[in-house]
Each structure stands twice: as C-alpha cells, then as structure tokens.
Design a protein around this ligand. Sequence first.
Ligand code: SF4
Ligand code: SF4
Length: 164
Amino acid sequence: MQDKIDRLPELAKKRHNENKGFFTKLRKKPPKQLDYLMQDLHTQEFERTDCLQCANCCKTTGPLFTDKDIQRISKYFKMKAQLFIDTYLRLDEDNDYVLQRVPCAFLGDDNYCSIYDVRPKACREFPHTDRKKFQQISNLTLKNIAICPAAFNIVEEMKKRITL
Ligand code: SF4
Ligand code: SF4
C-alpha cells in the first residue's frame, strides 16, 4: 500500500489531462444512473481497500471542521469550544477551520482515529465518491486522487464503465 501511496501524486499527474477531459464531459452529460453507479464503485473499492493500512488523508490533508463538528468534538473532550479551536485549529484562506498541522493530532501510530465516533463530517464522507451528483465535485476529486488510492481506483473504473 505505501508504495502505491508514494507513487500516487505522480500517477495522478500523469492522468490529470485525461481525467480533466473525462469530468468536463461528465458534467455536460451525466448518465442517468450515475448515483447508483457511484454507490456500486464506492462499495466495491472500499471492500478491497483497508483505510487502516493507509490513513493518507489524515496524514496529509485533514478535514474542514464545521461549527457542529467543533461543538461535538469539544464536548467529547469536555473542553470549551474556544479552547478546542485554540489548541487544534486555524482559519484557512477561505475562513474555514482546518487542522493547525498534519498529520492530524487525533491519528494514532496504528492509523486509528482517536475520535472516530465523533470525527468531523468531512472525515466521514471522504473521499466523497458515493456522493449524489458526483459530477459536481470533479475539481475536488481531481485533487483527491493524488491523495487517496481508493479515489484514484474509483475514477479509473468510472472511465472504463462510462462511455461519454
Ligand atoms: S479514504 Fe483514501 S486516503 Fe483516506 S485512508 Fe482510506 S484509502 Fe487512504
Ligand atoms: S479526525 Fe480522525 S479521521 Fe479525521 S483526519 Fe483526524 S484522524 Fe483522520
């Protein structure tokens, strides 16, 4: 797995133009069954992929924290929300709360998330490949395939299964 993760940025770069062209066409004419297909591709890929062998998303990017995330997680730690923010978060250029640093402070050496049950919504949904109207997040997906081996494989499979 680590070998694939190390090669992913280069692999994603090589496929970038092809993937960009594919998503441009997909946005113009998404197949009627796209939501169902994405559910299938996502489920099949995550039956094969063990995130505990990877954790590359937690190590390299980290999520946005919504107000609800902050309230829920700070409550879990029995901390005031402002103290949680001051300890772990910063505002990014879009004024969203993100981690002060990566790897995420809540990631263990065994790749387990220490706040799994209360983790941010963005962590639960990453890499968003089972999202409805998947064609609408193609720019985000183009970035995510350089981070997430599962997202890379799902996009490769999409290109085989969808004729545009
Ligand atoms: S979601 Fe993707 S990047 Fe994150 S641990 Fe799973 S395979 Fe790795
Ligand atoms: S909160 Fe948990 S799932 Fe989210 S980035 Fe941190 S370690 Fe990963």
